[in-house]
Design a protein around this ligand. Sequence first.
Ligand code: NAP
Length: 465
Amino acid sequence: MPIASTNPATGEILETFTALTATELEERILRASAAFGAWRLTSFESRAIRMRRAADILVAEKQHLGAMMTLEMGKPIGAAVAEVEKCALACRYYADKSSRLLASYSVDVLDGEGAVYFQPLGVVLAVMPWNFPFWQVFRFVAPALMAGNTGLLKHSSNVPRSALAIEDVLTRAGFPEGVFQTLLVGSAEVEAIVSHPGVAAVTLTGSEGAGRSIAESAGRNLKKAVLELGGSDPFIVMPSADVKKAAATGVTARMINNGQSCIAAKRFIVHDEVYDEFLEKFVGAVKAIRMGDPMDPATDLGPLATADIRDELSAQVEKTVSLGARAVCGGRIPDGLTGFYYEPTVLVDIPASSPASDEELFGPVASVWRVGSIDEAISLANSSRFGLGASVWTNESAERERFVRDIESGMVFVNAMVASEPALPFGGVKASGYGRELGEFGIREFVNIKSVKQGLGSAPASRTE
Ligand code: NAP
């Protein structure tokens, strides 16, 4: 894929970029490695000063940065601006909390003094997706740099402007040269970067296919990897739920970011007793969605990020319908709109072994199932090979406990849509990947957990922060 910024609302190529040469790439990896030598020795406070400055820049420039994202990948402008603000929140969270989250501590040992330290690993490669071009990067970069690592970003080839803008924000915030760099390279270069002796670890947020490929490279090189992959999250509605609220939240949970979110609710599993009521309200709200220019603040749903993504979604819907599903609304590429639009769609009567049942639908398409019991709901939820998040709607505590205990996912949200926030660990199980971002677990992914034991009678250890 060429490295280019294309406006998905019009198809117009805004700017193309030349990929780094092999020599330039090597220089940047060596620069990151050299920068690590000094950066790892800086104090949490000096890192935090820069991280707070980055937050200030993001907030001050949120309109401009948000508009850049919208032009490059099509998310509604209000959501783009909110995404920049959320990045500032993550910068501040880790600026404030990292010294505590990575504080060394004493442990009882058999004879002597024991302690555990958290030390940075080195240069971490981040391979990132286009769907949240700023947030995905900042939720990696804030903890990784605060822990004392240096970062290399290989962003999606369709969001080079965002990739370069992030480097620019961090440079202006005062992070020393080499602490964070953007690499304009294609995915074919990732294997070589992971294999490079100057790179210590890799994190990917992206598709299952990219996950398998990067996990292989990391495995061959025995390097630490964190994988945040796709999802086909269930959204379960039980009879005791507030059905009106569930339907309204469900539409947001499915259509957020033009339907292109890993944690979007993708499979709606509704109890028979409230199925008709839920479907009527849900479809009514989907039909009311305003699709159009994402730069217009009144727009709810913009285009998909690329023509390929739109065409793949369209093929998945067509196949699901040809196997017996019914589109209650939408189900088509709209007429008369340039750009990569797809109509907001609701599918029912979904057959087993169809794309809507087995694959991730990465766009504004909701699939709705009817079930007769909580057992059936859990079994259907767990039938997916993915296991990222789950949203469950019930006001019965026994049902709540069953969902929390039995749903195979990294996250369960009760009477709320699945969403990320700085303090809550984020990640999945099964084909949704492994490792966690955010919270205390996120910052501890890219550290050396070093055990120190001091024999009896030797000088006492002086521990750093
Ligand atoms: P993608 O095609 O996997 O691309 C993600 C990144 O991986 C891009 O930088 C891409 O580079 C690179 N890449 C692609 N194939 C690769 C390979 N074989 N080896 C090494 N790198 C490779 O995914 P996407 O279409 O951008 O994003 C959508 C997917 O990401 C969905 O499945 C979504 O659910 C998932 N996602 C997961 C999370 C999460 O936190 N779990 C969050 C957001 C999105 P190029 O652009 O140069 O190809």
